[in-house]
Structures are given as structure tokens and as C-alpha cells.
Design a binder for this molecule. Structure first.
Ligand SMILES: [Zn+2]
Length: 235
């Protein structure tokens, strides 16, 4: 009975090894690495975009403020000039007003230059934000494509896994619980290979030869094990 079970265990192991390979494949799709890379780049660009957008917003606010100040200067200048044209002021008042107009014109010129400089700075800032947005959206498109490719491949692998699991359950049914437990334990510590075929005196697990005495000793046991690697042996 145990011998039959051991041969069945070889089938279970073959399926387990196939399942291991599928799981390995599932976790190591090249698209997963590409996705991770694209995602990290998108996160970094998003941070950069936020910084640039906040710089742009500050620039736009300062520009609004300066344009407002320029408008007030224009109004004030207009009022002063109107009073000068209207006349009716003392010579002192007129001179004072004339100097005031001169000063306001100077201020207006300074403010106009400031506004011009700001306008020149705002365009590149807008471009920078737009450029980052373009790069982010193309990365997001690439991510979406990778995602659907990963999903399609996972779906295929998962269907294959389900088939293997089903066959494994069938292969496991004739194997005793005690033997299965030993098998699982050995699989964990023996790189997935718990059962080895025994051919011409050689263990298929560690490829070492068992002497006739060692062989007789091993196969006199209910669960024959290799003396070298302790794997279960199927003759
Ligand atoms: Zn061995």
C-alpha cells in the first residue's frame, strides 16, 4: 500500500513542481518590473509637477498683484494730470503736483518693467507644468497597457494553476495523511523535491549511490529514505 502511495507521491510532486514554476512565473512577469518602474517614475514626476504648479501659482498671484498696483498708479497719475490741466492751483501747489506726476511716472515705468519680467517668467513655468503633465499622462497610458497585459497573463496562469491544483487533489487522494505530511515537510527543506526515484542504486534526488546494504536497509523501512539526502525513495 505504501509503495503504491509513494509512486502516487511522485505524480503529486511533479504537479507541485509545475505549480511552483507557474507561481514563480506569475510573480516574475517582465511587465511587473516595467510597471513598477513606470509607477515610480510617475510618482516622482507627480511630485515635481506639484512643485512646479505651486511655483506657477505664486508667479500668477504676484503678477495679478503687480498688475493691480500698476492700474492704481495709472488712475492716480490720471487724476493728478487732470488737476494740472484744470489749473487754478497756487504756483507751489502746481510745482508740488508736477513733481508728484514725475515720481508717479517713474514708479509706473518700474512697475511696467516688473510686470513684463513676470510675464516672461510665467511662460516657461506654464510650459514646465504642461510638459510634466504630458509625461505623466503618457506614463499612465503605458501603465494601463502593462496592467491589462499583466491581468491577461495572470488570468491564463491562474486557469492553469487551477487545473494543476485539481489534478494534484486527484493525485493526492490515494496517498496516506502521514506520508503527505512527511512529503510537505521534506519539500520545504529539499528545494521542492521530497521524493526521488531510485534507479540502478542511485538516488534521483542527490544522485549518490547507495550500497547494496544501504539499499536493503532503506527498503526494509515502511517509508524508504535515501541515507544521504533523506528524501523518500521510489524504486
Ligand atoms: Zn539522496
Amino acid at each position: 500500500m505504501e509503495l503504491v502511495s509513494l509512486a502516487d507521491l511522485l505524480d503529486v510532486q511533479a504537479l507541485d513542481l509545475q505549480i511552483d514554476r507557474l507561481l514563480e512565473e506569475r510573480q516574475n512577469l517582465p511587465e511587473l518590473a516595467e510597471y513598477k518602474e513606470a509607477h515610480e517614475e510617475a510618482v516622482a514626476l507627480e511630485e515635481q509637477r506639484e512643485t512646479e504648479a505651486s511655483k506657477l501659482k505664486d508667479l500668477e498671484l504676484s503678477l495679478d498683484k503687480s498688475e493691480g498696483e500698476l492700474e492704481l498708479l495709472e488712475v492716480k497719475l490720471d487724476e493728478h494730470e487732470t488737476r494740472l490741466f484744470a489749473g487754478g492751483m497756487s504756483a507751489r501747489e502746481t510745482e508740488h503736483m508736477r513733481l508728484e506726476v514725475q515720481s508717479l511716472k517713474g514708479q509706473r515705468e518700474t512697475m511696467e518693467e516688473k510686470v513684463l519680467q513676470m510675464l516672461e517668467g510665467i511662460d516657461p513655468a506654464r510650459e514646465a507644468v504642461k510638459d510634466l503633465e504630458t509625461r505623466i499622462s503618457s506614463l499612465n497610458e503605458a501603465k494601463a497597457e502593462l496592467e491589462s497585459s499583466i491581468k491577461a497573463q495572470w488570468k491564463k496562469i491562474d486557469a492553469e494553476l487551477a487545473r494543476k491544483e485539481e489534478r494534484k487533489q486527484e493525485a493526492m487522494s490515494p496517498v496516506g495523511a502521514e506520508l503527505l505530511e512527511l512529503y510537505e515537510k521534506l519539500r520545504r527543506i529539499k528545494e521542492g523535491v521530497a521524493v526521488a526515484s531510485f534507479d540502478h542504486g542511485v538516488c534521483g534526488g542527490c544522485h549518490m549511490t547507495l550500497s547494496p546494504a544501504e539499499r536493503d536497509e532503506a527498503f526494509s523501512q515502511e517509508m524508504p529514505r535515501c541515507v544521504h539526502c533523506r528524501r523518500l525513495l521510489v524504486a
